[in-house]
Design a protein around this ligand. Structure first.
Ligand code: NAD
Length: 328
C-alpha cells in the first residue's frame, strides 16, 4: 500500500523502514491537521501518532483524497473522531499494547526522581556541591499509592509497586481479579484518591475522564501528595493543579503528558519564546518534573509499534480479521 506517514522523526523512519513488510512509505515531518491534510493525496493509507488531529473536518478531506485506512502508531485514539471515520467508511487500526512496561517504568522513574531528587543531586555533584541539604526523600515501602485505571499499563505499574512494598488502591470501571489476587484494593474514585500518598493516572482520555483531576477531586488528596500523569494531558485540569501546587495540597507533580502538548512536545523550542504561560509556570516549580511524552520511548516499544503497525496494514490489505480495529 502507499502510506503517508505523518509527524515523523528520525527514530520513526528508522524503525518503520526496518520493519516494513513491503509497503511504499512517504515520511512527512508535518503533523496532520486541516492545513496539512492535502499531503495525503495519492495515498491509500495514513499512519499517525498521538498529536495528529483527525477530527471530522480532517476526515472529510481524507475521504475525498481516497484514504481508506488510518493506522495509529499508538494505543490511545482520543485524537480521532471514530464515529465520523466509521460514517465515511475509513477503517482505524491501532497498536493496543506495545509495551505496557515501558510506560509503567517511566511512571516509576518520575516517582523516584521526584522523591529522591536524583536530578538535583546530579547537577549539584557536577558543580562540586556534595551537600545533602534539601535532598531528603521518603521511603516508598508501605506508602499508599492510588492507581487510576488498571488496564495493561496500570497492571504493569501495580506489579512494580508491589515490588517496592507499597499499599495499592485502585479505581477502574472493570476491576481486575488478577490485581485483586496480588493485593490491590479496589474502591470508588473518591475512596481511592482519599489519603493516598501518590496518585498515578493510567486510564484513557474519554468524555468521562476529561479533567477527572480538578478543583473538587484535588480536595480529596492528602496534603503534600504526589500526582503522576503518564496517560493523557487532559485528564488533569492544569489550572486547578497549579492552584494545588501553590497552596501545598500537591507536594509533587510528575507529568509525561500535558493538555496543550501538541504545540510543544517532541520539538526543540530552546531558542523560542514559549507563549504557553501554564507550562512555564509549571516548569518554575521546584517540585514539578515534566518529560515530553517519552513514556513509550524504549527500543522494545518502538520495535513492537513498527511490527504491529505493518501487521495491521497487511491484515487490511489481505482482508483478514482486523483484531486491532477501533470503534466496531
Ligand atoms: P488499557 O485500555 O489497557 O487500560 C485502560 C484502563 O482504564 C482499562 O482497564 C479501563 O477499564 C479503564 N478505564 C476506562 N475508562 C475509565 C474510567 N472512566 N474510569 C476509570 N477507569 C477507566 O490502556 P493502557 O494500554 O493501559 O493505556 C492507558 C493509557 O495510557 C492510554 O489510553 C494512553 O492514553 C496512555 N499511554 C501513554 C503513553 C506514553 O507514552 N506516555 C503510551 C501509551 C499509552
Amino acid at each position: 500500500m502507499k502510506i503517508a506517514v505523518f509527524n515523523t522523526y528520525q527514530y520513526d523512519k528508522e524503525y518503520l523502514n526496518r520493519f516494513n513488510t513491503g509497503h511504499e512509505l512517504s515520511f512527512f515531518n508535518a503533523r496532520l491537521d486541516l492545513q496539512t491534510v492535502n499531503l495525503s493525496k495519492g495515498f491509500d493509507c495514513i499512519c499517525i501518532f498521538v498529536n495528529d488531529r483527525v477530527d471530522a473536518e480532517v476526515l472529510i478531506e481524507l475521504a475525498k483524497n481516497g484514504i481508506k485506512l488510518i493506522v495509529l502508531r499508538c494505543a490511545g485514539f482520543n485524537n480521532v473522531d471514530i464515529e465520523k471515520a466509521k460514517e465515511l467508511g475509513i477503517v482505524v487500526l491501532r497498536v493496543p499494547t506495545y509495551s505496557p512496561e515501558a510506560v509503567a517504568e517511566h511512571a516509576m522513574a518520575l516517582i523516584l526522581t521526584l522523591d529522591r531528587k536524583t536530578h538535583k543531586a546530579y547537577n549539584r555533584v557536577r558543580e562540586g556541591n556534595f551537600s545533602l541539604e534539601k535532598l531528603m526523600g521518603f521511603n516508598l515501602h508501605q506508602r499508599k499509592v492510588a492507581v487510576i485505571g488498571t488496564g495493561h499499563i496500570g497492571q504493569a505499574f501495580c506489579r512494580i509497586l508491589k515490588g517496592f512494598g507499597c499499599q495499592i488502591g485502585a479505581y477502574d470501571l472493570f476491576p481486575s481479579e488478577e490485581m485483586e489476587a496480588i493485593g490491590v484494593k479496589y474502591g470508588t474514585l473518591e475512596d481511592t484518591l482519599c489519603d493516598a500518598d501518590i496518585v498515578s493516572l493510567h486510564c484513557p482520555l474519554t468524555d468521562d475522564t476529561f479533567h477527572m483531576i480538578n478543583k473538587e477531586t484535588l480536595q480529596l488528596f492528602s496534603d503534600g501528595a504526589m500526582l503522576i500523569n503518564t496517560s493523557r494531558g487532559a485528564l488533569i485540569d492544569t489550572a486547578a493543579v497549579i492552584g494545588a501546587l501553590k497552596n501545598g495540597r500537591l507536594g509533587y507533580l510528575g507529568i509525561d503528558v500535558y493538555e496543550q502538548e501538541s504545540n510543544l512536545f517532541f520539538n526543540d523550542h530552546s531558542e523560542n519564546v514559549i507563549v504557553d504561560d501554564m507550562i512555564t509556570r509549571l516548569i518554575s516549580f521546584p517540585n514539578v518534573l515534566i518529560t515530553s511524552h517519552q513514556g513509550f520511548f524504549t527500543k522494545e516499544a518502538m520495535e513492537q509499534i513498527a511490527t504491529v503497525t505493518f501487521q495491521n496494514v497487511d491484515a487490511f490489505e489481505k482482508q483478514m480479521p482486523l483484531v486491532n480495529r477501533v470503534g466496531v
